[in-house]
Design a protein around this ligand. Structure first.
Ligand code: HEC
Ligand code: HEC
Ligand code: HEC
Ligand code: HEC
Ligand code: HEC
Length: 275
């Protein structure tokens, strides 16, 4: 009876344990591979070579994004500033703010050697997808929609997934995000803060007519005709807006007006983003 199981089976439990061990390791490796920044990128927060704080420079000093990211409105690519921009304030002769600081040693080295600081890239769109900054920021999409509250970040981290589904979510319903162009880099913007008279006056200044605005307010298409009792002057238009949306300006109100009158139509075809 003692020989019913061959001798090698004595090792079976050990072999099983080893095998399960490998499976376990595989699962851990897989999980870290798929869940770490490349795949699960929200929250990705690499340590930068210089402890540069957006919270300090934007939130406290009050710099506009375009002071440093100066190409964002004109180029597909949003540049990171060169050392020279930092030296406007931290240089030994210009600015002189904290010019001896240890934290700025690398900025001074970069100035001496001419080798730029190697910032670690936080956001990255794969090469097979096409993305262009200027088309977005010139059509009423804010840095905040895609990068979150940068103005509050000590260290930049990825706030939005930047996945294909995420891009398409906005492309299908841009009215949920669009804002006036002078608010693009205002990261504390809220539509409720807009003055309704000023907002409609800005549309008027751009040559948009009362009946165009009324059609949008009534949820009509621009090619539809207006009902006979539709308001005809700007004063009455603003009253209709207040009746439709309540005392405060809302995102839907701003977004639909901008979408209709700027003819914003983000692409959803594969070839637009995969060219
Ligand atoms: C004083 C210069 C300065 C200002 C002003 C500034 N930035 Fe930056 N920004 C930098 C530098 C330097 C980096 C690279 C280091 C880092 O990631 O912190 C950077 C990085 C970034 C990144 C990450 C880039 C990547 O690698 O993916 C984003 C997004 C960004 N900034 C957005 C903004 C926005 C939005 C504003 C305005 C609210 C702004 N920045 C204002 C200097 C600035
Ligand atoms: C418009 C002026 C201005 C520009 C441009 C500017 N900074 Fe600053 N920076 C400041 C001010 C103001 C402080 C706060 C100093 C303080 O706390 O007394 C500061 C603080 C810092 C500190 C913290 C220093 C310390 O010892 O606490 C670092 C690091 C820094 N900046 C890096 C940068 C880098 C990198 C750039 C370029 C990408 C840059 N700054 C561009 C004005 C500027
Ligand atoms: C519609 C979404 C969207 C908007 C709006 C947007 N960004 Fe970006 N941003 C991205 C994406 C996507 C990337 C990654 C691009 C890549 O890998 O080429 C990126 C990358 C960046 C980078 C890194 C560039 C680099 O190559 O190192 C900076 C800096 C930046 N954005 C700043 C800004 C600023 C400042 C604004 C507002 C004025 C802004 N972005 C508005 C989506 C957006
Ligand atoms: C918050 C809203 C929003 C997000 C997020 C967004 N887009 Fe857009 N996109 C727009 C708007 C608005 C336009 C302008 C449409 C127009 O001009 O009619 C646009 C236009 C485009 C265009 C056409 C213009 C051109 O350059 O040919 C491409 C391509 C594009 N987006 C790609 C992307 C990609 C890729 C992402 C994700 C990484 C993305 N978008 C995320 C709102 C958004
Ligand atoms: C608005 C821009 C946009 C449009 C339109 C778009 N894509 Fe994408 N697509 C992207 C971006 C950005 C990525 C990269 C996503 C990432 O990094 O996670 C991507 C990734 C992919 C991938 C790689 C797998 C994945 O999910 O990461 C495939 C396959 C793909 N797209 C196919 C398509 C097809 C097919 C269409 C048309 C039905 C299409 N895409 C339309 C922006 C777009």
């Amino acid at each position: 009876m003692g020989n019913l199981f061959p001798r090698w089976t004595n090792w079976l439990p050990l072999k099983l344990a080893v095998c399960l061990g490998f499976v376990g390791i595989g699962a851990v490796v897989g999980a870290t591979y798929y869940l770490t920044p490349k795949y699960y990128r929200v929250g990705y927060e690499p340590t930068q070579p210089v402890p540069f704080s957006h919270k300090k420079h934007v939130g406290e000093v009050g710099l506009d994004c375009r002071y440093c990211h100066s190409f964002v409105e004109v180029s597909s690519h949003s540049n990171v500033p060169t050392n020279q921009t930092c030296y406007n304030c931290h240089g030994p002769d210009k600015g002189q703010i904290k010019k001896e600081s240890e934290k700025l040693a690398m900025v001074r080295d970069a100035d001496k050697t001419g080798i730029p600081i190697q910032w670690t890239k936080v956001h990255r769109t794969p090469d097979f997808a096409y993305f262009n900054h200027s088309v977005h920021v010139n059509r009423g999409v804010s840095c905040q929609n895609c990068h979150g509250q940068i103005n509050e970040m000590e260290v930049v981290k990825q706030a939005e997934p930047h996945s294909m589904g995420w891009c398409l979510d906005c492309h299908r319903n841009p009215e949920n995000k669009l804002r006036p162009l002078d608010q693009i880099t205002n990261l504390t913007y809220k539509p409720e803060q807009l003055n309704r008279d000023t907002f409609y006056a800005s549309l008027k200044d751009k040559g948009i007519k009362e009946d165009q605005v009324v059609k949008t307010l009534l949820g009509l298409k621009q090619e539809d005709s207006l009902p006979a009792d539709a308001p005809k002057d700007w004063g009455k238009v603003v009253e209709l807006a207040a009746k439709t949306y309540g005392p405060m300006v809302t995102q839907k109100e701003v977004g639909t007006q901008l979408k209709d009158h700027w003819r914003v139509a983000p692409p959803e075809t594969c070839a637009a983003c995969h060219r």
